[in-house]
Ligand binder design. Sequence first.
Ligand code: NAP
Length: 255
Amino acid sequence: MSQSLNGKVALVTGASRGIGRAIAKTLAAEGALVAVHFGGSKSKADEAVAGIKAAGGDAFAIQADLALLDGPDTLFRSLDIELEKRTGSNKFDILVNNAGIAPFGTLEQLSATDFDKLTNVNIRAVYFVSQHASERLRDGGRVINLSSAVTRVGVPSGLAYSASKGWVDSFTRSLAGHLAPRNITVNAIAPGVIKTDMSDPMLAGGPDFILGKQALKRIGQPEDIAQLTLALIGTGGAWTTGQVIDASGGSGISF
Ligand code: NAP
């Protein structure tokens, strides 16, 4: 096993399932100690940690509901305790803002309650998790935010979701400028459809609709995003900051 992240500490939000879990597994396989954050899926988070440990890596789970206003505070209260216990410090090196929800609905369909939950998880938590993280990230650190390829096109059936990811793109550029003096890079990854619980409704009718829009003719997997995350976190990503990097198998690149 190569250990390019040996001695590094990472926080991955929403790592109990899907893309976040794959990122946590990949970073741990490279030697990072990984905080596997989860909201409601404790058994899935425990399973993710057990899988990492069985493969020779190190990780621990921490819970915080990021739909709640005090979610980011709760997360960092636990993270500080767990990191102090394991490393003697609450500092870390890598933040992956991955947790997200996609309650689809047209302008008329999405309720105010669902809108508030969406913005709390996809926007507010990204902001305040980053604020807490900034105090703890070591110089030379890395931040990766999960955006989406839907920001490039109009999505009438999910306009609040796609707009929330447009906020992530803008936030990424501004945060990159803010953290550059500390040599911390900040980039966003914009996946197309990736096979997870979130994309189940989109793939329910079969893959043809999605494949028809992509240049590469397979459905993206969480590991595709995990490998790109690793590339940006590694030394190869040192000169890239403030960018939104498409990871959609060439979705919409040609007529
Ligand atoms: P997923 O399979 O639905 O997993 C979502 C993760 O976010 C879970 O670990 C979940 O944790 C966590 N989460 C959701 N609500 C939370 C809350 N209130 N508090 C704390 N954690 C919460 O989603 P995914 O497909 O892996 O998506 C990961 C990221 O990639 C998201 O930001 C998503 O918008 C983005 N993305 C996904 C796709 C795709 O096609 N899958 C495409 C573009 C972008 P619990 O279950 O423990 O609550």
